[in-house]
Design a protein around this ligand. Structure first.
Ligand code: F0G
Length: 456
């Protein structure tokens, strides 16, 4: 088989600047080893997130120029709405400035204090918005998803039996809706099967609960279904996408992921009672319902990006670039979440650095080293992020991972070769890495602004 090449050529380039090890040591010490606090021009390859970091196509930039900035009733809105509905046929589509705004509106309207939202795995903003409403977020993903080395084609799946038992125990009257996140970001970018979405919906229907999809990476999820789920090999990705959403009553969406834009999102739903309240709250916080915190040109960029997001040539390349890195690292014995997910490589820092106990944040130590050694910025997803308990104590997170999120259409194969080389060289001298501790932390979401030092 021939090499799967990047299905684009490059028309506009953005320089990146190499730094020396000495400069990077200075930069990382100046921010107390918190990678979020670095200036991004001190980063060579930025794999902090795949969110809002995509390269737009010439067609999207052309669409930007067609943006109509009317306050109300802009044709840009109607193009956006049609493009969304083409894939996600919900009755009401409400634009928002990004995903968490859609979450905030949804939970404000449907939630009551003391209620519970089940999900396969809540992303951290989703969890925070559920909790900000005085509700509890319950993660009910399958057991396989919690073990990096266990192979399973749909590790992002909901544990449907557990969900059923959970709803019985909690009482459906205490659950306004159930969510399912595709792909399951916090669980390693792992996909959810069509069968699992369908069975989740069946459980919800039996208990009279609506099902909402956290849809950020819907196109990558659909491509996994096409590749891995029997019966879907011959279906087109847009058809698979429509089938996924046919099982849902609504979705929250961050357009900063699969739709290939730098800002945007939406809330979609069928419920007539909820939509008026959602729109009223939208006007209060985001803007009029035909722009929702976005410019008309952003809406047009989303409409064009959505068409490109479900292009199979593009998705084939996207997955191939992920596999390319994962296969080389696995061949060298680097522990990581297997099989590779849709938008990121998740290194298993606990397996990579067994000498560092979870409470000394092996993921943070590894992420810092990748920056120091190679100028690569990644993100700890482990005990530093999730270890602090409500009572102030600390517990190991279920996994200690380092996420290397791959921005869409941004880096080429030689950038990825460089990333592989850096990881392999750090892997070779992994025994010399030391654990870390917080020297200062804020009361909540400490990983964003906390300060670290090495333990002696
Ligand atoms: N849901 C999931 C599954 C996400 O991954 C994100 C964002 C959101 C919701 C919130 O969307 O950022 O537009 O408000 N994930 C980014 C990340 C930040 O790096 O994974 P947003």
């Amino acid at each position: 088989m021939k090499t799967i090449i990047e299905p684009f050529r490059i028309k506009s380039v953005e320089p990146i600047r190499m730094t020396t090890h000495k400069e990077r040591r200075h930069h990382i010490e100046a921010v107390d080893y918190n990678l979020f606090a670095l200036h991004s021009d001190h980063v060579l390859i930025d794999l902090l997130t795949d969110s809002g970091t995509s390269s737009m196509s010439s067609a999207q930039w052309a669409a930007v120029m067609l943006g109509d900035e009317s306050y109300a009733g802009s044709p840009s809105f109607y193009r956006f709405e049609a493009a969304v509905r083409e894939l996600m046929p919900f009755r009401y589509i409400i634009p928002t400035h990004q995903g968490r705004a859609a979450e905030k509106i949804l939970f404000t309207v449907v939630g009551r204090e003391g209620q519970v939202i089940p999900n396969n795995t809540h992303f951290d903003t989703t969890r925070a918005n559920v909790e900000a409403r005085g509700m509890t977020a319950a993660d009910l993903g399958i057991e396989e998803g919690k073990h990096p080395e266990v192979e399973h084609p749909f590790k992002g799946n909901m544990d449907v039996e557990k969900l059923d038992a959970f709803i019985r125990e909690t009482g459906p009257e205490n659950i306004p809706l159930c969510m399912i996140t595709v792909t399951n970001n916090s669980g390693g970018g792992q996909p959810v099967s069509m069968e699992n979405i369908r069975r989740t919906k069946e459980v919800c229907r039996r208990h009279g609960l609506p099902l909402f999809i956290d849809a950020c990476r819907f196109a990558e999820n659909a491509y996994f279904i096409k590749m891995r789920e029997p019966g879907y090999e011959e279906k087109t990705v847009p058809d698979i996408v429509r089938e996924m959403f046919s099982h849902a009553d609504g979705c929250t969406m961050s357009a900063k992921k699969d739709p290939l834009v730098n800002i945007g999102g939406w809330l979609a739903l069928n419920n007539e009672e909820w939509v008026d309240q959602c729109r009223n709250f939208l006007i209060l916080t985001e803007g009029f319902p035909t722009y929702g915190g976005l410019a008309g040109r952003d809406l047009d960029a989303i409409a064009a990006g959505l068409r490109e997001a479900v292009d199979e040539e593009y998705l084939r390349y996207r997955y191939a670039s992920m596999r390319y890195v994962a296969d080389r690292l696995t061949a060298a014995g680097v522990p990581m979440v297997r099989p590779v997910g849709g938008h990121a490589i998740f290194l298993d820092a606990r397996g990579f650095l067994p000498q560092i106990p979870p409470l000394h944040y092996p993921g943070q130590s590894l992420a810092v080293e990748l920056y120091l050694y190679g100028g690569i910025r990644s993100c700890e997803i482990g005990t530093s992020m999730f270890g602090k308990q409500a009572d102030g104590s600390e517990q190991p997170a279920s996994m200690d991972l380092v996420r290397l999120a791959i921005p869409r259409r941004v880096y080429t194969q030689s950038h990825m070769d460089y990333v592989i080389e850096v990881i392999l060289e750090v892997f070779e001298r992994r025994a010399s890495l030391k654990g870390m501790r917080y020297t200062w932390q804020p009361p909540a979401l400490r990983h964003f602004t906390g300060k670290f030092a090495y333990v002696d």
